[in-house]
Design a protein around this ligand. Structure first.
Ligand code: SF4
Length: 356
């Protein structure tokens, strides 16, 4: 992978790409909704395709015979491809299309939202960037996936080249916040599909609940999203209410359970914070052995931030370079991560900027 490809990934994730005569991606959901994964130049990138700001992007993709050509200002740059999962063509024993149960993320990660509802969705505490219940409203998924359904899809996806799994969840009522549902599915996938599993959750009320994930997951994510207290209150009031200290305790306990480099936190760039906040926050995470998964804001149509604009590529480049220095200093790398977003890397270019 050359520097040009990395820079192109950063540009595409900040500016988006207009695509013609190709399915543009899912309209909502957790994670990289309103986008498509592109493969080019030895890397993968989940790129916005449906958000409003994409209309002004200089980038476009047009089909040519059975190939896809990426263009900038109408001039061809290179051929790109889209992963084509064969397992999307099947249905579960109870008649649900596999793609409503779990999706291919990046080029080798199976991802699903075990419970597609969140206690904060209809409240003022909801995260403004999140589209978790939108895909449910659009009929693109089902509300709750059972371990048996996810296992059935995972076995087919493994035959199709999937190497790891990401399980996320909306915050569910009760003190474990969904951790027990994740543990149940993760255990089945690890033991019966033999796939490494990543789980993502909100810090539980009692830290001991985290111990129940041991043996049920290989890596975990608890996402603070922003280290800027004012920004966090504005974009994710539910997380601000939990407080930084609870996140720190959660990360520490998770590192003691799963090891350095196997715990991560998303840090969103472009929601009101300074560069210094992202870089200092990344260093704080790294000192704990937590991988800072830095991503540009993804303004998903239908969310409270649908009219926002992602940070410019120049800013993302500056931040990626600085965070890559930190990763090197603390010996953290996507290569050492067993499963999940850090391993996948489609939504962030931070792994592509890691120093050798
Ligand atoms: S980085 Fe995470 S959210 Fe993004 S495509 Fe990969 S597994 Fe999905």
């Amino acid at each position: 992978m050359g520097r040009d490809s990395k820079i192109l990934k950063v540009e595409l994730q900040s500016l988006g790409v207009k695509i013609e005569a190709v399915e543009k991606g899912r309209k909502g959901g957790a994670g990289p909704a309103a986008g498509r994964t592109l493969i080019f130049g030895g890397l993968k990138a989940n790129v916005p395709t449906l958000s409003r700001f994409v209309e002004s992007s200089p980038y476009s993709i047009t089909p040519a015979d059975d190939r896809y050509i990426l263009k900038k200002d109408g001039k061809p740059i290179m051929e790109v491809s889209f992963p084509a999962p064969k397992f999307y063509g099947f249905k579960t024993k109870d008649g649900i299309p596999y793609w409503k149960i779990a999706l291919l993320h990046g080029d080798d990660c199976l991802a699903t939202t075990v419970v597609q509802r969140c206690v904060y969705w209809n409240t003022r505490a909801r995260c403004k960037f999140c589209g978790i219940e939108l895909s449910l409203q659009h009929g693109m998924t089902i509300e709750r996936k059972t371990a048996a359904q996810i296992l059935e899809v995972a076995l087919a996806a493994k035959d199709d080249g999937v190497k790891h799994v990401t399980l996320t969840i909306g915050t569910v009522p009760g003190p474990d916040k969904g951790i027990r549902a994740l543990a149940e599915v993760g255990k089945v996938l690890r033991e019966e599909a033999g796939l490494p599993v990543h789980v993502q959750f909100e810090p539980p009320r009692r830290l001991e609940l985290l111990d129940e994930l041991y043996g049920c997951a290989d890596t975990v994510g608890a996402h603070i999203e922003s280290f800027d207290a004012t920004t966090l209150r504005e974009i994710a009031p539910c997380k601000a209410a939990i407080g930084f200290e609870r996140y720190r305790e959660t990360w520490r306990r998770c590192v003691s359970l799963f090891g350095e480099n196997q715990v991560s936190s998303f840090l969103i760039v472009g929601v009101g914070e300074s560069d210094a906040s992202v870089i200092k926050g990344s260093e704080e995470l790294a000192t704990l052995g937590v991988y800072p998964f830095v991503v540009p804001l993804r303004p998903i149509p239908g969310t409270l931030l649908e009219d926002a604009i992602p940070p410019p590529p120049s800013r993302m480049l500056r931040i990626y370079e600085a965070v890559a220095d930190i990763l090197k200093d603390y010996g953290l790398s996507w290569r050492r991560c067993k499963a999940g977003c850090v391993r996948c890397g489609a939504c962030s270019a931070i792994g592509d900027f890691e120093r050798a």
